[in-house]
Design a protein around this ligand. Structure first.
Ligand SMILES: NC(=O)c1ccc[n+]([C@@H]2O[C@H](COP(=O)([O-])OP(=O)(O)OC[C@H]3O[C@@H](n4cnc5c(N)ncnc54)[C@H](O)[C@@H]3O)[C@@H](O)[C@H]2O)c1
Length: 246
């Protein structure tokens, strides 16, 4: 028996990058994974790579009706939800003097509105079984105050504090809520932006040298998502080769 045998999991942002790596690991360790992404073809490709009874589903996590439909479909198909990993996110590179209100809202819409909608609907399903593991992906930029992403830093700070509050309210239902703060990680999106030029600088600040990959983030997420992490909630963990030490 594997760690996630019999568990039903949603991973958002599962078409690529960190979300895909998490979805693949949960699936490999026995979970029935619903790989969710705005990019439906990418989500389907992830589910296909996992195999078994995993499914790829197209969904905009910031659309209330779409999120409600998603959870209704999953309840019908799997009968429950045990694990919710919120990895969908927008990672911008926009200097502060160019952050318009529209750009601010674009980031908040996915990183916070989407998180709210997924946690709202997901925790309602979990409460029915008195069990749940919610793991939200924030960022270590909230401690570093990384430039060119002030709106993103604000949204990811919200991810952490929201998780703390949610943990308090969901503890009664044996649902844990924890936060992972990855450091700079080599993903498709990072490669498309000037963030890709920051790896050497970031490496200088890390206790362990090297460039972060999606697979480096996965083990901490899987631990928080596991049954044995039942005594840990409302916590945050930097997964960044020791760049942030707190
Ligand atoms: N890569 C990094 O350096 C890094 C560092 C710290 C935190 N993070 C966080 O990790 C998460 C994943 O980052 P990544 O680099 O793998 O990103 P990525 O852009 O490679 O992947 C994000 C995925 O989210 C999906 N997505 C975006 N908006 C969506 C929406 N409205 N509904 C559903 N899906 C949507 C995208 O289609 C994409 O597949 C994000 O939350 C990001 O903020 C990334």
């Amino acid at each position: 028996m594997q760690r996630f045998t019999g568990r039903v999991a949603i991973v958002t942002g599962a078409a690529q990058g960190i979300g895909r790596a998490i979805a693949e690991r949960l699936g490999k360790e026995g979970a029935q994974v619903f790989a969710v992404d705005l990019n439906g073809a990418g989500a389907a490709a992830t589910a296909e790579a996992i195999g078994g009874n995993s499914t790829g589903l197209q969904c905009d996590v910031a659309e209330p009706d779409a999120v409600a439909r998603l959870h209704a479909d999953i309840e019908k198909a799997a009968g429950k939800l045990d694990i919710l990993i919120n990895a969908a996110g927008i990672v911008p590179f926009v200097p502060w003097d160019q952050v318009t209100f529209e750009e601010w809202r674009r980031v908040m819409r996915v990183n916070l509105d989407g998180l709210f909608l997924m946690c709202r609907a997901g925790s309602d399903l979990m409460r029915k079984k008195n069990y749940g593991r919610i793991v939200n992906i924030s960022s270590n930029s909230i401690f570093a105050g990384t430039p060119n992403m002030a709106h993103y830093v604000a949204s990811k700070g919200g991810v952490l504090t929201f998780g703390r509050a949610l943990a308090t309210e969901l503890g009664a239902y044996k649902i844990t809520v924890n936060t992972i703060c990855p450091g700079l990680t080599d993903t498709e999106t990072v490669q498309k932006t000037p963030h890709k030029d920051a790896f050497d600088f970031v490496e200088m600040l890390q206790a362990i040298k090297g460039h972060g990959k999606p697979q480096d983030i996965v083990p901490a997420v899987a631990f928080f998502a596991s049954e044995e992490a039942h005594w840990i909630t409302g916590q945050a963990l930097s997964v960044d080769a020791g760049m942030i030490r707190w």
